[in-house]
Design a binder for this molecule. Structure first.
Ligand SMILES: [Zn+2]
Length: 304
């Protein structure tokens, strides 16, 4: 069995030309992974749109309904930062289904990667920062509800704090939230994760990787999770428009090898989502997102 990869063509929703959130990156990522032989079609799993009840494990029925029907008030809509359309509603829900499927595949095979996901700024009653529904929180809540796991560790290395996820699970002892992010970046008001590691602006590869190494192994022995949900946001990259850290491509690849190697070698299953990444040069951005899949393929071969 090859490393399970989760993708749906509906991950791409049309947005107005020049919108700062580049939707084509999801298809380009899939195409790059296929074209370069990192993955083949046999290992691709296609998610379904989840029932609304699953989304309501985390989000209030009022919010879910208003968003899905396009009746959200303009202020809440602006806070999301993406123009509403039925295609975006479907895309949003399918991507949540993708992270749920990735988490289930990770439990079955030890490692699995979504080609979307990581919408960690979504709160129960509202969306924020390009995030509408919190896929990480919904997947975690569903697996707990179905008794598929007893506890979960969320490792959020997107450069922005996983504030929605931290808030959602603040009183849930079965989910440990770990966020390592740039301290002077969005969101302006931080929430309290179970462990926050704020990083100074401009941090480079070696300092970043040493900081991660100082926390992750201990965290795994402390939490002993049944599943790790890994948000592999690539916005800590030096070329990212919204990042403020200074990692290189090599640094990001080393990060993915470090996270996946540390978890897998100790027997902890990992479900990966791609998280944030913002750059005008889409091809470079897509390459950065592909690093987690490349690292996962390596690690999966070594361990499997
Ligand atoms: Zn981010």
């Amino acid at each position: 069995m090859d490393l399970p990869i989760v993708y749906h063509s509906d991950y791409v929703a049309p947005l107005p030309e020049g919108h700062r959130f580049p939707m084509p990156k999801f298809r380009m990522l899939y195409e790059m992974l296929m074209a370069e032989g990192v993955i083949n079609s046999d290992q691709v799993h296609t998610p379904e749109r989840p029932p609304q009840e699953w989304i309501e494990l985390v989000h209030t029925p009022d919010y879910v309904q208003a968003y899905c029907q396009g009746t959200l008030d303009p202020k809440s809509q602006r806070r999301i930062g993406l123009p509403w359309s039925p295609a975006l509603v479907n895309r949003t829900c399918v991507a949540v289904g993708g992270t749920i499927l990735t988490a289930k595949l990770a439990l079955q095979y030890g490692l699995a990667c979504n080609t979307a996901g990581g919408t960690h700024h979504a709160f129960p009653e509202y969306g924020s920062g390009f995030c509408i529904f919190n896929d990480l929180a919904i997947a975690a809540s569903l697996l707990l509800q179905k008794n598929l796991v007893q506890n979960i560790l969320i490792v959020d290395l997107d450069v922005h704090q996983g504030d929605g996820t931290a808030y959602i699970f603040q009183n849930e002892p079965r989910v440990f939230t770990f966020s390592m992010h740039c301290e002077v970046n969005f969101p302006g008001t931080k929430q309290q994760s179970d462990l926050d590691v704020p990083l100074p602006e401009g941090m480079e590869d070696d300092d970043y990787l040493q900081t991660l190494a100082a926390y992750l192994p201990d965290l795994l022995s402390q939490v002993r999770p049944d599943l790790v949900l890994y948000d592999a946001g690539v916005d800590p990259h030096v070329g990212d428009r919204l990042g403020k850290l200074a990692l290189t491509d090599t640094g990001l690849f080393r990060r993915e090898m470090q996270v996946l190697g540390t978890c897998l070698s100790q027997g902890y299953p990992v479900a990966c989502v791609i998280g944030g990444g913002y750059a005008d040069d889409l091809k470079s951005l897509v390459y950065r997102h592909s690093l987690v899949h490349r690292a996962a393929s390596n690690v999966y071969r070594q361990v499997g």
